[in-house]
Design a protein around this ligand. Structure first.
Ligand SMILES: Nc1ncnc2c1ncn2[C@@H]1O[C@H](COP(=O)(O)OP(=O)(O)O)[C@@H](O)[C@H]1O
Ligand SMILES: O=P(O)(O)OC[C@H]1O[C@](O)(COP(=O)(O)O)[C@@H](O)[C@@H]1O
Ligand SMILES: [Mg+2]
Length: 554
């Protein structure tokens, strides 16, 4: 089922001879085994052979070729593939005949990323050999630039009986050709939304990476979030010197804010300041804003690459394995959990309650509890619960106190909001502000034990802001550096409207559309939550009618 929209003698890229970028690059031929079926679009896997030796080139390439009426089509992946293998390439009938199609697959699931080339004339896009490949640190590398055909699979556990229809994302990394001359780049970095450990590291690595790898000399920091684009606050000139040492600080040296997203004013600022690369660090709200900016730039044919670096302490961004700073927060939360445990064990019927962040997703609470091992119960927004009744939380606490004499409860801020009077408070970004579930549980449990005539010693700890205002731990520092570099490589290559992050451990570029407006939540039917249950020993439901629990979370 080969599917190509393809005219054999069509012209891809610019005319001329083979690529001259990179001394080691060899021209490649493709040998055809399966007749191409004209007039359809799809995905082929080609086995590349070098022209000289006729030997198969390293690896296989999967990419989409889309070509209509003898002209290069709209597929950025096709163009990327040609950029890499044979930059100036006429797909003549002879070469067409030597295409080797060794495997055919469906391309519907390739998550391609828009490129400047897709909406701007070729005359506006220089083809510049990637300067990073000649840097001392990379010169010795055999394989520095990323094959444009490399994809990262969303799903790695595969049931062979089921269809192989898994999403694939373009692998992040440096491309051999870039779409900006370093001296013309004017990059802007902005940080929005709540704090998260590692933001300063990302700012530093973006600045250092642009400067040292790509020789970019014009980098500015936008102060105070989106509104800083246009509210008159002077932009901060960034260089390796100005960002030196900031990775050891919590917070963001640029400042942040909620609200203040004004698309027209932001576009005006982009034009006025000649910005052509935006690095937007933020969570779900910020990403929705970044997607709107990228879309407007494409619509108005502005030569601007928009890259987002996903930031959220709540770890609620879909597709990526986890967000930066999240593990630091989990680590930092241990101090509160340990303190609450010590307090609980030292007094008769001691109950420690710790509230952690997690507006709609309970990842921090779940991972902090899993890591801690002393937690008796973890409550998250995804798990509806009742306090009273035979299956309710209070009865479980009482039982555990009888067995162990102490109890450690972790609760995510968004858990149990249905039990509280609905909050009407909204923050400047439109996020609903929650009432304090930790305090509520403290009061309700105290009332229960008073009623039961059981003396308890209740301690409530709320370290919510403490876990996100700290600098990143070592592993998050390294992670932030890779994220920053992935964003730079993508933007310099002319990709736009994308975010970056690890998918099954491999760093990928992900279309903003795939993450904007979606929220990752804990799946209380998957194995991680089962491990949590086995670690705490809590029941799978605190509802007096357990069937309802499944119903609500389905
Ligand atoms: N739907 C949206 N479209 C455009 N911008 C948005 C949208 N939602 C939020 N924003 C902007 O993104 C920024 C950060 O959003 P917020 O929700 O506070 O934090 P986060 O990005 O960390 O989730 C704010 O400046 C906010 O105005
Ligand atoms: O910083 P604020 O406005 O007090 O908001 C606190 C909220 O920020 C969060 O840390 C999430 O922030 P983001 O939406 O910026 O990722 C939530 O856990 C918490 O509800
Ligand atoms: Mg958010």
């Amino acid at each position: 089922m080969l599917a190509l929209n393809f005219v054999p003698s069509c012209f891809f890229g610019r005319s001329g001879q083979n690529s001259t970028c990179g001394a080691s690059r060899k021209p490649l031929q493709w040998k055809l085994r399966t007749p191409l079926q004209l007039g359809k679009q799809g995905f082929v896997r080609l086995q590349r052979r070098t022209a000289q030796s006729g030997q198969p080139a390293r690896g296989r390439s999967a990419f989409q070729i889309s070509c209509t009426h003898g002209r290069p089509g709209g597929s950025s992946d096709a163009r990327e593939a040609f950029d890499e293998n044979d930059a100036d390439f006429i797909l003549s009938p002879e070469i067409y005949q030597s295409l080797s199609i060794s495997d055919i697959d469906s391309g519907r699931y390739l998550k391609s990323i828009p490129r400047l080339q897709d909406f701007l004339p070729a005359s506006q896009i220089p083809r510049v050999c990637n300067p990073a490949t000649s840097k001392v640190s990379f010169r010795g590398l055999d394989n520095y630039d990323t094959s444009p055909n490399d994809v990262v699979l969303k799903q790695t556990v595969i049931n062979p009986d089921k269809r192989r229809n898994f999403a694939r994302y373009l692998r992040a990394g440096p491309r051999s050709w870039i779409a900006f001359r370093p001296e013309e780049v004017r990059a802007a970095i902005v940080t929005c939304g709540g704090l998260c450990p590692g933001i300063n590291t990302v700012i530093r690595e973006l600045t250092d990476g642009l400067w040292h790898l790509y020789d970019v000399r014009s980098i500015v920091g936008i102060r105070g979030g989106y509104r800083g684009f246009y509210n008159g606050t002077p932009y901060l000139e960034l260089s390796p010197r100005t960002v030196d040492g900031i990775h050891r600080l919590g917070g963001t040296i640029l400042g942040s804010s909620r609200g203040g997203f004004d698309l027209e004013q932001i576009l005006g600022a982009i034009r006025r300041h000649g910005l052509n690369q935006l690095y937007i660090i933020g969570g779900d709200g910020t990403i929705r804003g970044a997607a709107a900016i990228a879309e407007a730039c494409m619509r108005e044919r502005l030569r601007v690459s928009v890259a987002s670096i996903p930031k959220t302490i709540d770890n609620d961004i879909p597709v990526i394995d986890h967000s930066f700073g999240f593990m630091t927060a989990v680590e930092e939360a241990q101090r509160a959990l340990n303190a609450a445990h010590v307090e609980a064990t030292c007094f008769p019927n001691g109950i420690g309650i710790v509230r952690l962040m997690g507006r709609n997703s309970g990842f921090i609470a779940m991972y902090a509890s899993l890591a801690n091992r002393d937690v008796d119960c973890c409550l998250i927004p995804e798990l509806p619960f009742e306090i009273e009744g035979p299956n309710g939380l209070a009865a479980f606490v009482e039982k555990r106190l009888q067995e162990n004499g102490h109890f450690l409860l972790v609760v995510a801020e968004g858990a149990g909001q249905d039990l509280l009077a609905a909050s009407t408070e909204i923050d400047a970004s439109g996020n609903r502000k929650f009432n304090d579930i930790g305090l509520y549980l403290k009061e309700r449990l105290q009332a229960y034990f008073n009623r039961e005539n059981i003396e308890v010693s209740m301690k409530y700890i709320d370290p919510t802001y403490m876990v996100r205002a700290v600098p990143a731990t070592a592993s998050d520092q390294m992670y932030c550096a890779v994220l920053a570099h992935s964003a730079i490589h993508g933007a310099m290559a002319g990709f736009t409207s994308f975010t970056v992050g690890p998918v099954n451990g491999r760093h990928a570029m992900i279309p903003l559309q795939d993450v904007a407006g979606q929220q990752q939540r804990v799946d209380i039917r998957d194995r991680t939550w089962s491990r949590l249950l086995s670690s705490t020993g809590q029941p799978s439901s605190f509802l007096n009618q357990p069937a309802a629990a499944l119903h609500q979370t389905a």
